[in-house]
Write a protein that binds this ligand. Structure first.
Ligand code: GCO
Length: 429
């Protein structure tokens, strides 16, 4: 069947608001202030209160899928306590989505943890797996019958780099060997979740959302920069998928770290979620503390986003072809632009969706596209200042929602594509 999921993506912490977890503690301790922007979390996009209205907007846009996460800290505020009221609300939300015929894609882990987690069973210890699987079991038992698509982790490598490599996220560590251990423990946990979900729900599809970046040398003429771009590609884009096939998490980054340990993954993943945003330039620097420099330049001519990222839609096609080689289904689980100029957002969407459909025509098994993000939301280090949403959130007027023109554009696009697929389907008979 020629079904395609047209969706929107979000994460609990970034949208719901009124959460206390490791990130809010980190923020309160000044953890995010290093870039001088001083975000204040508290309300997020107030989705926890406004979800009913928000889901009507999903319906209006006409998506047939929605990617979201549930907030671990809300559900398990203490190690030994699960909050049934929170679970009840998530159940109502889930049932509403199903009632609207919107397929839920549930992310189990999207960057945040209960405040107790890092002190009690941090990812660097092998106890984390048990803790997280115990939590996931609660969701599986309660919601398993209603969820067909499970995303175990969102960008484990990005999280590990931010939390253990670069001290940007809690617990704020700076140790590359620990960072690799954390990736290993997370992958091990993925495989434990995979087995549990599949044994309870044999038809469920279980995957992981992975960030992919196009790396290019800052100075094309310099062999060292070219080599660095290749190395970064191999580390950032390929190391994790490679581990699924080889059962080893292995990487040698000259002068930085070397890691090689077994990890029993046995290719247990039904689909790859592709999060794709930009091309990044890498350069070797004569600076022992920070020997690698990154920046963005508008080489593609498609411009830079409000995050400063280079838009490079061709990169999506390149990534999709690469991921196709892993032999699994693919969902674009995130792709989007931070901008206050909505006409740019429309151009961004058009360019990337065009590449998506082209990849599909070329035989890449891409089965869905989720624009990031549904609502304007809390963008981690940037606070509320960056607007990724198809829906505008007025932070000063009681979080009032309004659809941007790009939402209407997406709605039209979905309608046209769905009609086309239906008529193709009919022609087959
Ligand atoms: C990530 C996350 C999202 C971000 C998005 C835009 O990629 O960091 O999955 O939470 O908000 O990517 O930066």
């Amino acid at each position: 069947m020629n079904r395609f999921y047209w969706g929107l993506a979000s994460s609990a912490f970034q949208t719901e608001g009124y959460i206390q977890n490791d990130m809010t503690e980190w923020e309160a301790l000044g953890g995010f202030r290093q870039d001088g922007k001083n975000p204040i979390y508290r309300h997020g996009a107030a989705h926890w209160q406004r979800w009913q209205q928000d889901f009507k907007l999903l319906q209006k846009i006409g998506v047939n899928a929605y990617r979201f996460s549930m907030e671990w800290a809300r559900i398990q505020p203490e190690f030994d306590c699960f909050d049934h009221k929170a679970l009840d609300q998530y159940e109502r939300m889930l049932d509403r989505l199903l009632g609207l015929k919107i397929e839920p894609f549930l992310t189990l882990h999207h960057f945040t943890h209960p405040a107790w987690f890092h002190a009690q069973t941090p990812w660097v210890s092998d106890k984390a797996q048990e803790t997280f699987c115990r939590y996931a079991d609660v969701l599986l038992e309660r919601f398993g019958d209603r969820i067909n698509y499970w995303i175990t982790f969102n960008e484990p490598l990005v999280w590990a780099l931010a939390a253990y490599g670069d001290a940007k996220f809690p617990p704020g560590k700076n140790n590359l060997n620990d960072m690799m251990l954390v990736v290993k423990n997370i992958l091990q946990t993925h495989s434990c979740l995979y087995r549990r979900i599949k044994s309870a729900l044999p038809l469920a599809q279980v995957g992981m959302a992975k960030h992919f970046i196009i790396f290019a040398p800052r100075r094309k003429w310099l062999a060292a920069d070219r080599k660095l771009a290749d190395l970064l590609h191999s580390f950032f884009n390929e190391m994790v998928p490679r581990a699924f096939k080889s059962n080893r998490l292995k990487f040698r980054f000259p002068f930085l770290f070397s890691f090689d340990e077994p990890v029993a993954l046995n290719n247990q993943v039904d689909f790859w979620g592709v999060n794709y945003y930009y091309r990044m330039l890498a350069a070797i620097r004569m600076n022992f503390r920070r020997p690698i420099g990154f920046d963005f330049k508008n080489i593609s001519g498609e411009g830079l986003t409000d995050m400063g990222w280079e838009i490079y839609s061709e990169g999506l096609l390149r990534i999709l072809k690469q991921v196709a080689a892993y032999g699994k289904d693919i969902y674009i689980t995130e792709n989007g632009i931070a901008t206050t100029d909505d006409a740019r957002r429309i151009r961004f969407m058009d360019a990337h969706i065009q590449k998506t459909l082209k990849a599909e025509q070329m035989g890449v098994p891409v089965r869905g596209y989720f624009y990031w993000s549904f609502l304007d939301n809390y963008e981690w280090l940037e606070g509320n200042s960056k607007r990724f949403g198809l829906v505008h959130v007025d932070y000063r007027q009681d979080f009032a929602r309004s659809l941007k023109p790009s939402a209407a554009h997406y709605a039209r696009l979905i309608q046209i594509d769905t009609t086309k697929r239906k008529s193709l389907e009919l022609k087959k008979f």
